[in-house]
Design a protein around this ligand. Structure first.
Ligand SMILES: Nc1ncnc2c1ncn2[C@@H]1O[C@H](COP(=O)(O)OP(=O)(O)O)[C@@H](O)[C@H]1O
Ligand SMILES: [Mg+2]
Length: 376
């Protein structure tokens, strides 16, 4: 029996060629400054996401790649070429929309082959291309069906196949999954990742869903009000958010008041409410002058409730359980650390045979200085 070949690691991003470059891109709608100096590079074969709240400029930025939106100043390059005078239909891009814009009166196959109308290849070859594209999106054998009879998830697959058959260098996806039910959406997320790896095309995804961005992307640009607040890989964004605002937008983060006592030799000394004196490294901290008020942030899963007889491997702090929310696989505890009014949230994976603790229980919480991030 042949074993399937083990998956090879993809080439590191930095070594790949630049597929999209934004250089100081500004966009005004009348007086409204929708894009405020966007500079970023997206690499060949990257799965790149634009993440941010509604109205922050994600769609506008995506449309500047497609050429549907003129920019007010700056430059957009695709595969090394300036796009200033290149109309949308001459750009190596294709777009998939949230409202899967397929033609309901055509068959699935006719929808997928729509972009090949003027392709001079013989009909049999084009039919084969349609079959291949359908297979890619998990719709093998659906070609003759009426498009209007498809479910939402299937329609979105048709829209994807229709875009992929044109073999664009860049596929642009504007909230393509947001109209789907949670289960189907999660399934499609995994399928999209696999598909992207298979075809190797650069994907740029717009989403307001932080979980979706974390799950799918090689890198994410977090946007607020027309600016990129942070551009990083999912793990860096989650572990080392660049600001409180980014930290708040991505997952749950606890904050405790802190004071900078001193710094030097790559370290910062703090006094943190509920935790006491703490020494962290420079890469965990924004530059904050000594004596100024600040806050440390940490994720709920970096804290652990200690059961009787357990000791912390690093540091521990006493407190009282203020709220318990049971999720089956997880329990969320809100704990009031001694000396702090606002409870911190702790997420604990439930273990068979270990009881869920009650509100009012006196407890100890294990924590690690390495998991803290210092913010202004
Ligand atoms: N054609 C337009 N004319 C005027 N304002 C627009 C136009 N398109 C978008 N805007 C404004 O630009 C901002 C960014 O919009 P958009 O890029 O669609 O945001 P997002 O996709 O992040 O929700 C919003 O405030 C929106 O109202
Ligand atoms: Mg949008």
């Amino acid at each position: 029996m042949n074993q399937p070949a083990p998956k090879a690691a993809p080439a590191p991003l930095e070594s790949r060629r630049k597929m999209i470059e934004f250089d100081q891109v500004h966009k005004y709608y009348g007086d409204y400054h929708a894009l405020r100096g966007i500079s970023a590079v997206i690499r060949e074969g990257e799965f790149f996401s634009l993440l941010g709240p509604s109205g922050c400029g994600k769609t506008t930025l995506l449309r500047t790649i497609a050429g549907f939106e003129d920019i007010s100043s700056g430059a957009v390059l695709i595969d090394g070429k300036h796009m200033e005078d290149v109309p949308p239909n001459k750009r190596p891009t294709n777009m998939v929309f949230q409202s899967y814009a397929i033609f309901p009166h055509l068959t699935v196959g006719e929808n997928v082959g729509f972009g090949l109308r003027r392709d001079p290849r013989p009909a049999a070859e084009k039919a084969q291309a349609v079959e291949q594209a359908l297979e890619m999106v998990g719709l093998k054998g659906y070609g003759a069906r009426a498009a209007h009879a498809l479910s939402g998830g299937q329609r979105q697959r048709v829209a994807l196949a229709r875009a992929l058959i044109l073999k664009p260098k860049v596929l642009l996806l504007d909230e393509p999954l947001s109209a789907l039910d949670k289960k189907i959406r999660e399934q499609m997320q995994v399928e999209l990742i696999k598909l992207q790896r298979e075809v190797g095309i650069t994907f740029v995804l717009v989403t307001h869903d932080q979980e979706e961005a974390l799950v799918m992307s090689d890198r994410i640009a977090v946007m607020f009000e027309g600016e990129i607040a942070q551009l990083a890989d999912p793990e860096t964004l989650y572990r080392r958010p660049a600001s409180r605002r980014v930290a708040d937008f991505i997952g749950v983060m606890n904050f405790l008041p802190a004071t900078v006592l001193g710094e030097g030799n790559g370290h910062v000394q703090l006094e943190v409410a509920g935790l006491g004196p703490v020494d962290i490294t420079d890469d965990q901290a924004q530059a904050i002058p000594t004596g100024e008020p600040a806050a440390v942030g940490f994720r709920p899963e970096t804290l652990t409730i200690l059961y009787e007889g357990q000791t912390a491997t690093d540091r521990e702090a006493p407190g009282v359980i203020d709220e318990v929310v049971y999720y089956g696989d997880m329990t969320y505890y809100d704990v009031k650390l001694d000396g702090v009014e606002k409870p911190v949230r702790i997420s604990m994976r439930n273990v068979f045979g270990r009881e869920v603790l009650d509100v009012g229980t006196r407890t100890r919480v294990a924590w690690s200085p390495g998991a803290l991030v210092l913010f202004r």
